[in-house]
Design a protein around this ligand. Structure first.
Ligand SMILES: [Zn+2]
Length: 342
């Protein structure tokens, strides 16, 4: 399996995030992708290639121009104001406030984000842009006939909506690649999100549409981030009704419960008649993940890959979360090897 990867991810390294009342070093750090890349090479999964540059046009198919302009220019504005440290939002247009775009940088940052978990640093735009190109390059491989490809994206993308960043995510790599398939003539694409957290951005982007089926297995949002989306009764709206399936599971769920949900999701994907599958590959379902509460073990990821392969679809794997840094490489590559060995 070909892997696409860009060293540009190192340009994004947030200093801290607020967890349990304390400012902690960001769990979403460059070593994550370094460990996965090392494991890809160690296991000789296949060639590792640098991405091509497809420009902004395919990104603009998902994200609004106003959002992209804001994101691209935010760090420079922050520096012009004498900003010290990472640029982090602290006010959001919640229920009792007006949803409007103020002039101030922090006001705009609040408008374009949903939490304080997506710090903007000097290199964040370039890293996120390159991650989108990694996804698009792997997408092009499959469009040109490959049965599978791995986009080793960092930063991840599935929490980012059309004009909202959050949860370590800025540009929705999976959505951008999915839209590229559709724009190139595919009629139906399925997205399977196996990250521990609900892919709220991806769901929101495709919620009213019938050309994308979104299925996500994740920690119950009643108990777990992102809290405000990802419930089982969210089935899509309008033409998209019946094209959105959430499988929230209780904290502590192990492979037995997780794989039963995967079976249901795969049945939905099979019935839908997708031509291509995009997998939002998060491995923060791992038992030792520092911020998550499922109990999957490393061999389970091989079984996950085998079940996904049984769908018989050309499959694009896009890296999302996973924070047990020592194990993230083993678990991510186990999914890919399980897929290939099936
Ligand atoms: Zn996650």
């Amino acid at each position: 399996m070909l892997t696409y990867y860009s060293d540009d991810h190192h340009l994004h390294h947030g200093k801290c995030e607020l967890i349990d009342g304390q400012l902690m070093p960001c769990f979403e750090k460059p070593q994550r992708a370094d460990h996965i890349l090392a494991r890809v090479k160690q296991r000789q999964l296949g060639e590792v290639r640098a991405p091509k540059d497809f420009g902004l046009a395919p990104i603009e198919r998902i994200h609004s121009q106003a959002y992209l302009q804001f994101f691209q220019g935010a760090w420079t504005r922050w520096q012009e104001q004498g900003g010290k440290g990472d640029l982090l939002p602290f006010t959001w247009p919640a229920r009792t406030l007006r949803r409007m775009i103020p002039n101030d940088l922090h006001g705009q940052l609040g408008y374009y984000s949903f939490d304080g978990g997506a710090p903007i640093t000097a290199g964040t735009w370039q890293a996120a842009y390159s991650a989108a190109q990694v996804a698009l390059s792997a997408q092009a491989e499959i469009a040109n006939g490959a049965h599978s490809a791995f986009a080793l994206c960092r930063p991840p993308g599935h929490h980012a909506a059309a004009d909202v960043m959050g949860g370590y995510c800025y540009l929705n790599n999976a959505a951008i690649a999915t839209q590229a398939f559709l724009d190139q003539g595919c009629k139906k694409v399925a997205i399977l999100d196996v990250d521990y957290h609900h892919g709220n951005g991806t769901q929101d982007i495709f919620y009213p549409r019938s050309d994308v089926l979104f299925a996500s297995i994740h920690g119950d949002p009643a108990e777990e981030f992102p809290f405000f989306l990802g419930y089982a009764d969210e089935l899509g709206e309008g033409e998209g009704k019946g094209c959105n399936f959430n499988y929230p599971l209780p904290m502590g769920s192990s492979w037995e419960a997780w794989s039963a949900a995967l079976e249901q999701a795969c049945q939905r994907i099979g019935e839908y008649g997708a031509e291509v599958l995009v997998v939002s590959l998060g491995v923060d379902t791992y038992m030792d993940d520092p911020i998550s509460q499922f109990k999957l073990d490393s061999p389970d990821y091989l079984a996950m890959g085998r079940r996904i392969a049984a769908l018989g679809l050309p499959t694009l794997f896009i890296m999302e979360g996973g924070y047990a840094v020592e194990a993230i490489g083993v678990n991510a590559v186990n999914v890919l090897e399980g897929f290939e060995g099936a």
